[in-house]
Write a protein that binds this ligand. Sequence first.
Ligand code: 13P
Ligand code: SF4
Length: 355
Amino acid sequence: MPLHMIDNVSIPEDFNLPARQTLEQKKKDDTLFDEALALIKEKNALLIAHYYTSETMQRLCEAAGGFIGDSLEMARMGRDSDKNLIVVAGVRFMGETAKILSPEKTVIMPDLSAECSLDLCCQVEDLKRVKSAHPEATVVAYANTSAAVKAQADWIVTSSLAVELGKYLTSKGEPILWVPDRHLGSYIANQSSSDVYCWPGRCIVHDAFEANALEFVKKENPDAMVLVHPEAPAAVVERADYVGSTSQILAFAKSSDCKKFIIATERNIFYKLSCACPDKKFIEAPVASTKGHCISCANCPWMELNSLESLIKALNNPSSHALDVDESVRVKALKPLERMLNFSADLKSGKIVLN
Ligand code: 13P
Ligand code: SF4
C-alpha cells in the first residue's frame, strides 16, 4: 500500500471563515470598475488573478491587460513580468510565491487576510517534527502552503504537475512526504504508485463535493463529461472523466467534442468556461451540506475577499497591502520553487520524459 496517512498533526476543526460579501457589496464593486481600471493604468501595475476570483475581478483583469491563470501560471507570470508593481488577486500563498520569486518587485494583494484552508492545515513546527520521523522521504509541498513551510520542502508543486512529479520521484526510488492536501496526496499515490506519507489537510471547497449526489447528476445528464479538480475526495475523482488543475480543466473543455460538462471545482471558473465555450453547457457538481447548511457552496470565501473596493485601497496605499517574506525564509523557499518551474519547463521541452 503506497499511501500512509500521517496523524498527530494539528488540523483546525473549523477555519474561522470570513463574512460573505453582501449583494450590496457585490453591486458596489460593479460601480467601481472604471475607477479600478484607471488606477491600475496610472500605477502601471500588473494585475494577476486566479480563476476563482469574482467575475467582476476577472473582467477587470482582462480590461487591464492583466493575466488570469492557475497557480502555476500565476507564479510564472509574476516572475517573468517586467512591471515593478504586481497585484495578486488570489489567496496569500499566491502573493507570497510572487514575492519569493521577485523580491525586488512590490507585490500587493487586495486583502492580506485571504487565507487558504490547506495553508492553515500545515504548521511549520508540525512539519519539522514529521520530517525528522521520515528522514528518507523527499518533502513535496503543495503550492498552497506558507513561505515558512515551502522553506522546509525539497520540491514545491501545483496541481497541474503533482502526478508528473510523483512519477518522476518514483522513477528515482524516492518516497514522498506530501503536505498538506489529503486528497491530492492520495491521488498522487494512486496515479504514480509512489510511496506517499500523506498529510491530512483539506480544501474546504473541494472536500465538499459529494460522490453519491454526483451519481444522480450523472444519471440525469448521461451525455455529460465530469471534470474534477484533484483536491476533491477520491470517490468524486473516481467518477471523473478528466482530473486536472483549473487551467487543465479549461483546456480540456475547450478541446473536447463533448457539449456538456459537470464541473467539480470552485464555481467562479464558470466565467472563463462559458467565455471559452459559449456553445457548451456547464453544470455545477453537487456539494454536501454540513450541519444543515453549505459551508462553501463551491465558492471559496477567501477568494471572495478580492473585491474591487479592496483592490482600489491597495493601489492607493500599497505599503499597507504589500507582501513581506523574511529574507532567510525566502532564500530557502526559492530553491524548491525554482525546481518546480525548471521541472515544468523540462517536461514541456522533452528534456524529462516520463513513462
Ligand atoms: P490551481 O493550481 O488549479 O489553480 O488550484 C489552486 C487552488 O487553490 C485550488 O483550490
Ligand atoms: Fe484554498 Fe480551497 Fe480556496 Fe483553493 S479553493 S484557495 S485550495 S481554500
